[in-house]
Design a protein around this ligand. Structure first.
Ligand code: PLP
Length: 405
C-alpha cells in the first residue's frame, strides 16, 4: 500500500487581489446588498456565455428553483410535472418541489451519468411542463435529443448546469443550449462567489421575471436598479396604478434570493482568471481520463465524445460489478492517502428519503441506484497539477493491486 505522500483536496477557491480590493471598498462604503458589482458580474457572465441575460441569485439551488418558477408566468400550475434525471445532486429534485412542481424521475445512462433520452417520452403526461437535464460531472447531457422531444411535446427545457462551467456541446457553452441554464457558484465550482448561482437566458422576458422572483415577486425588475446602484431617485418607482410604489407591488409568488456585493466581488475576480482556471482543470481532467484505461475491469469513468467538451468539474469513478471491493473500501483508502472523495450522489427518488412521498420503489431506477451505491468523484481543481493526478492514479493502482493479492 502507498504511504500518505500528498494532499489532494476536492476543491479550492481562487481569490484575486482585485476581489480583495473590491471587498475592502464594499465594506468601507457599506454598500453590501445587491448593487453595482452584482450588475457587473451579471454583465460579464452573460458575455462569457454568449447570452443576452444573466441573473445572479444566492445559490445554484435557487438558480434551478427560480428558472423553473418562471414557468408559472406561462400557464404552468402548481403540481404540474417536471422531468428530471433520477441521478443528480439532491437539489435538482428539491428545486422542482420548491418551485411548486412535482418531479418525475427518469433513469440515467451508465456511460454518461446523464438522463437516458430513450426513457423521456414514456414519462411525459398532460401535466408535464419542462425537462430539466443535468450536465452531471460536466459531461454534456444529450441536448439534441432532449430539445427534439421538448419541441415535439411543447415543453420548456432548463439545463441544470451547476457543474458544467467550461463545458461545451458542438461549440456552444453548456447552459446555453435551451430556454435557460442554471449554474451553481458554490465554492467547489469553477467560478465561485462562495455561495451563489446564476441563470442565463437569451429571453429578456424570462430575465425580467427572474429579477422579480429573486426579490419577492416585486413589480420592479429593471436590469440595473437605480436605487441599489447609486441611491438615486428612480423615475419609474411611483409608476404603479394610482401612482403606487412598484417596489411594494408583488406580481407573483417570489423568493428572497439576491446575491450580495461581496459575493459578486469574489466572482468578478474569478472571472478575470476564468480561462486559466478552466485550462488547468481541463489539463488535469483530460490527463486523468486518458490514463484510466488500465483500471477498466474494475473502475469506469466518462469519456469525451465528438462534439463534446466536458466541463472540468471532477473525475467520476464508478466501481464495476466484478470488483472485490466496495465504494467505502476505495474511498477509505484514497482518503487515508490524502485524496479527498465525494460520492456521485444518489438516486433521488429511491435513495433520498425526502422523496419517498412520491411513491417510487427501489429497483425502479437501476442505473441511478447502481451509481448511487458505487460512484465517487475526485477533484481536478486549479491548485492541482499533473503531479497530483499521477499521485491519484498511482494510489488507485496500488489499491487495485492490493485487492488482487
Ligand atoms: C447538479 C447540481 N445541481 C444543483 C446544485 C446546487 O448548487 P448550490 O450548492 O449552489 O445550491 C449542485 C451543487 O453543487 C449540483 O451539483
Amino acid at each position: 500500500m502507498t504511504k500518505r505522500e500528498m494532499k489532494v483536496p476536492f476543491g479550492t477557491v481562487s481569490i484575486t487581489d482585485s476581489s480583495k480590493e473590491m471587498v475592502k471598498e464594499i465594506l468601507e462604503t457599506k454598500r453590501l446588498s445587491s448593487g453595482k458589482y452584482v450588475n457587473l458580474f451579471e454583465e460579464r457572465f452573460a458575455r462569457l456565455m454568449g447570452v443576452k441575460e444573466a441573473v445572479a441569485v444566492s445559490s445554484g439551488t435557487d438558480a434551478d428553483i427560480l428558472a423553473l418558477a418562471v414557468l408559472h408566468d406561462y400557464g404552468a400550475k402548481r403540481d404540474d410535472e417536471i422531468i428530471v434525471p433520477a441521478l443528480s445532486f439532491v437539489s435538482t429534485g428539491h428545486a422542482v418541489i420548491h418551485a411548486g412542481f412535482r418531479p418525475v424521475f427518469v433513469d440515467v445512462c451508465r456511460d454518461t451519468l446523464n438522463i437516458d433520452p430513450s426513457l423521456i417520452e414514456d414519462a411525459i403526461t398532460d401535466k408535464t411542463r419542462a425537462i430539466m437535464p443535468v450536465h452531471l460531472m460536466g459531461k454534456p447531457a444529450p441536448m439534441d435529443a432532449v430539445n427534439k422531444i421538448a419541441k415535439k411535446h411543447g415543453l420548456y427545457v432548463i439545463e441544470d448546469a451547476a457543474e458544467a462551467h467550461g463545458g461545451a456541446y458542438k461549440g456552444k457553452p453548456l447552459g446555453t443550449l435551451s430556454d435557460m441554464g442554471a449554474f451553481s457558484l458554490y465554492v467547489a465550482h469553477i467560478i465561485t462567489t462562495a455561495e451563489g448561482g446564476i441563470v442565463v437566458t437569451d429571453n429578456e422576458e424570462f430575465a425580467e421575471i427572474l429579477r422579480s422572483l429573486r426579490s419577492h415577486g416585486r413589480a420592479c425588475k429593471c436590469k440595473e436598479c437605480t436605487i441599489n446602484t447609486s441611491s438615486a431617485y428612480c423615475k419609474k418607482r411611483f409608476g404603479g396604478g394610482m401612482g403606487d410604489d412598484i417596489r411594494f407591488i408583488f406580481e407573483r409568488i417570489g423568493y428572497s434570493s439576491k446575491m450580495n456585493e461581496i459575493e459578486a466581488a469574489i466572482g468578478l475576480g474569478n472571472m478575470e482568471i476564468y480561462d486559466q482556471i478552466v485550462a488547468k482543470r481541463r489539463s488535469n481532467l483530460v490527463y486523468a481520463l486518458d490514463h484510466f484505461t488500465p483500471f477498466k475491469p474494475f473502475l469506469k469513468t466518462i469519456t469525451e465524445e465528438a462534439g463534446e467538451k466536458i466541463g472540468p468539474h471532477a473525475i467520476p469513478i464508478i466501481i464495476q460489478e466484478g470488483a472485490s471491493f466496495s465504494r467505502n473500501d476505495l474511498a477509505g483508502y484514497l482518503e487515508e492517502n490524502g485524496i479527498e472523495t465525494r460520492t456521485i450522489f444518489s438516486s433521488m427518488p429511491t435513495q433520498c428519503d425526502g422523496f419517498s412521498y412520491l411513491g417510487y420503489k427501489p429497483g425502479q431506477f437501476p442505473v441511478a441506484e447502481y451509481i448511487g451505491k458505487n460512484g465517487l468523484h475526485v477533484g481536478v481543481h486549479q491548485d492541482l497539477g499533473i503531479e497530483e493526478m499521477d499521485y491519484v492514479l498511482a494510489t488507485i493502482k496500488a489499491f487495485l493491486e492490493a485487492c488482487q493479492r
